[in-house]
Design a protein around this ligand. Structure first.
Ligand code: UDX
Length: 438
């Protein structure tokens, strides 16, 4: 049954949800206070680089199922309203609910009786339970339906999710059934539960991924010291169905807009509840150490000592985004490494297929040609796993570098092909790896 859905907030989560719900045959009204953004969206201009999103927006605008507006009043007729508002980290990592607390009472004054109000962007446990009070209405059912979208796969993840979770109090209420029905075409397992469990499930999933990644990053360090290969260890572990093969690739550390924010929020919530979530705290600590490990490896490769200054050394960076497939620099480990290298005195030139500049710093010169990063470089550092880096002409890069050495923090490149091109390859968790032997 087609519904009239209201989406509050046309950011990453809101816009994806709006376009995808329209694609599923619903009538969607997406509200945002940013007039220029709404203007652009009405013309089909989508500033988020997400495969398939612009096409879905164009389709929805074209067939009239999707409208953008700054007028909240247009939500009056909606049967369900999804809150896709930002909850940035505030003091001590606790999510800042200022926007939500301002907007929800306004909604309370205009929504029609029976409209289901749903939290979609990540909110602290207990937020859905607070909604009736914030709305100032007892006649509006509320639900928690957190999203699990990955950047670069948002549309695919929305239309084909691994699971859908719908939390209401009591679980499985008429409102929960109505929310769950929206996702029926996806055919994914639906967990109907209470609102606190649904909200915690989102944090728990992201924090678990962070722990898994920090675990594998420490394993990589051990592999280097034991003469083992982390790729073989991870492959063996991943074949155990209880562990699974995903999220077992070591790297320069985990980052992005969600994992760091959600781990801090969960840590903060645990601390406030008097629970020592030590394993999660350690995952965060290990993540900072992983970045430092990369910097030590570069110092070692360039100077022969893991502690020496890099003053005057030209270093070429391949990749700046927090992962391949996105130009997102938020909490990017690549930028953290770049900052530390600059602090150690290095002169940095970087190329990333999706990044034209790094706002707020002059320490990194961004170039649009990957071959320019190698010019007179004392070392190259691969920081983001863009597949196209594999196919570069490595002999050409070697020829223009001062010293043909690559520190490959993603184990992206083929060491055999690089050796043939005359390049020394230093991977992570392999036999020629980051750990400096002095
Ligand atoms: C994540 C969650 O996956 C998603 O469900 C949630 O809704 C938002 O947060 P995203 O931030 O897009 O999605 O990034 P993701 O693909 O999960 O990668 C997170 C970080 O882990 C990146 O820095 C990535 O490079 C790193 N990573 C991932 C590894 O270092 N190794 C891996 O094997 C996988």
């Amino acid at each position: 049954m087609a519904e009239h859905i209201g989406i509050v907030g046309a950011g990453y989560v809101g816009l994806t949800s709006a376009a995808c719900f329209a694609r599923l045959g619903h009538r969607v009204t997406c509200v945002d206070t940013d007039e220029s953004k709404v203007d652009e969206l009405r013309r089909g201009v989508v500033s988020i680089a997400e495969p398939g999103l612009a096409e879905l927006v164009a389709q929805g605008l074209g067939d009239g199922t999707l409208t953008f507006t700054t007028a909240q009043a247009e939500l009056h007729g909606a049967g369900l309203v999804f809150l896709c508002l930002p909850t940035p980290p505030g003091e001590g990592g606790r999510p800042d609910l200022g926007v939500l607390e301002r907007v929800v009472p306004q909604l309370g004054r205009l929504l029609r009786p029976g409209c289901v109000v749903v939290t979609k962007s990540t909110v602290p446990v207990g937020t859905a339970a607070r909604l009736p009070g914030l709305l100032g209405r007892g006649d509006l059912p509320v639900a928690a339906n957190p999203e699990f979208l990955r950047e670069g796969h948002a549309v695919e993840d929305f239309l084909h999710p691994d699971r859908v979770v719908v939390g209401t109090d009591p679980p499985g209420s008429a409102a929960a059934v109505r929310v769950a029905r929206l996702y029926e075409p996806a055919g994914a397992p639906v967990v109907t539960t209470d609102s606190a469990s649904a909200e915690l499930a989102k944090y728990a999933s992201n924090a678990f991924l962070a722990v898994k990644l920090s675990y594998v990053n420490v394993l990589a360090e051990l592999c280097e010291l034991f003469g083992a290969d982390v790729r073989e260890v991870a492959r063996t572990m991943g074949l155990d169905a209880r562990i699974g093969p995903e999220f077992l690739a070591p790297g320069p550390g985990w980052g992005g807009s969600c994992l760091p924010k959600d781990t801090s929020a969960l840590l903060h919530a645990a601390e406030a509840a008097g629970v020592d979530f030590g394993i999660l705290r350690d995952a965060v600590r290990v993540n900072a150490r992983q970045r430092a490990r990369v910097v030590r490896a570069v110092r070692q490769a360039v100077t022969g000592s893991a502690a020496s200054s890099l003053a005057g050394a030209r270093i070429g960076l391949l990749g700046l985004a927090f992962k391949a497939g996105t130009g997102d620099l938020r909490d990017s480990p690549a930028l953290a490494v770049a900052e530390d290298l600059a602090r150690a005195g290095a002169e940095l030139t970087a190329h990333d297929p999706a990044v034209a500049r790094v706002p707020g710093t002059s320490a990194v010169q961004v170039v649009d040609d990957p071959y320019l990063v190698a010019k007179d470089a004392a070392a190259l550092v691969v920081l983001t796993e863009w597949p196209e880096f594999r196919d570069l002409d490595w002999a050409r890069l070697a020829a223009s570098a001062a010293r043909p050495i690559v520190v490959d923090t993603r184990n992206l490149l083929d060491p055999v092909a690089l050796a043939a091109a005359g390049v020394t390859h230093i991977g992570v968790g392999t036999r020629r790896s980051l750990t400096p032997f002095e």
